[in-house]
Design a protein around this ligand. Structure first.
Ligand code: SAH
Length: 249
């Protein structure tokens, strides 16, 4: 996969992409993140990429010309069979979640545009956008963090990027459940003990405990993501028990 990120702060993207899992994905030849400096596509002397909004109002807006040129350059990097997904980061977009990340992980080429200031001339979005993505109901100063959030969540889902292929399977959201609590050595730290069941080596018991913790957490914190179609009969019985305990409190 190739991810071209168009930004006025390429150093932010390059710095994060040079670490940890994104770095490993690049070294393995599985996914590469390429920052494109929008200012390189501005034709004026001062490399301006923005101008005042028509109709008045505060702030500045990204201009058509540099954006059209930068996106065309990014699109010319597509040597794959599949079409590119052109993603505009925006609070007005569809909210990003794990399912959306999974969908994007099957693509070969993503182009992500990071807005700044008041946003981007609508003609750019109308011409190129296949997606507009919001990372949540709040407003950031720019699209760089959203672009990194999207890239990070997508790349780690590509098979063979994470060392242990199983490590995505039980993660939060993957089956409409949050993850169970994790513990590591030592067994006791300043009087704080790891739950006994995890020390016993009884894999069936451990699996049952973890499943119950997932159900409990999700029920208490994120009932909106519980998906009955993905639950077993035992899960539903356990949830009913939690519910009646809650009702009796
Ligand atoms: N005036 C715009 C906000 C612009 S913020 C509005 O009210 O909708 C500047 C840039 O930051 C945006 O163009 C976008 O690229 C990015 N951005 C800010 N908040 C975001 C969010 N929640 N999700 C994705 N991108 C965001």
């Amino acid at each position: 996969m190739l991810i071209d990120i168009i930004t006025i702060f390429p150093q932010v993207i390059e710095s994060y992409a040079s670490l940890s899992i994104l770095k490993r994905a690049k070294e393995k030849g599985i996914a590469q993140i390429n920052a494109i400096n929008l200012r390189d596509y501005s034709t004026d002397k001062y490399h301006h990429v923005d101008d005042t909004p028509y109709g008045g109002g505060a702030g500045m807006v990204f201009k058509c010309e540099p954006c059209f040129k930068a996106i065309d350059t990014a699109l010319s990097h597509n040597t794959f069979y599949k079409k590119s997904r052109v993603i505009f980061t925006s609070p007005c977009g569809r909210t990003f979640d794990q399912e959306y990340a999974e969908e994007l992980s099957f693509e070969d080429h993503l182009v992500i545009i990071c807005g700044r200031y008041e946003g981007i001339d609508q003609r750019i979005i109308d011409t190129y956008a296949t997606d507009e993505i919001s990372v949540g109901d709040y407003v950031l100063c720019g699209g760089e963090l959203p672009a990194l959030i999207i890239s990070d969540a997508v790349v780690r889902l590509i098979p063979e990027v994470l060392g242990n292929d199983l490590s995505c399977e039980n993660e939060s959201f993957s089956a409409g459940l949050l993850e169970y609590p994790q513990y590591t050595k030592p067994e006791i730290y300043e009087g704080l003990k790891v739950p006994d069941v995890l020390l016993g080596g009884n894999h069936k018991e451990i699996e049952k405990w973890r499943r119950e913790k997932q159900l409990e957490r999700t029920f208490l914190r994120r009932p909106d993501i519980l998906n009955r179609d993905l639950l077993t009969k035992e899960d539903i019985l356990y949830l009913n028990k939690l519910k009646s305990e809650g009702d009796n409190k």
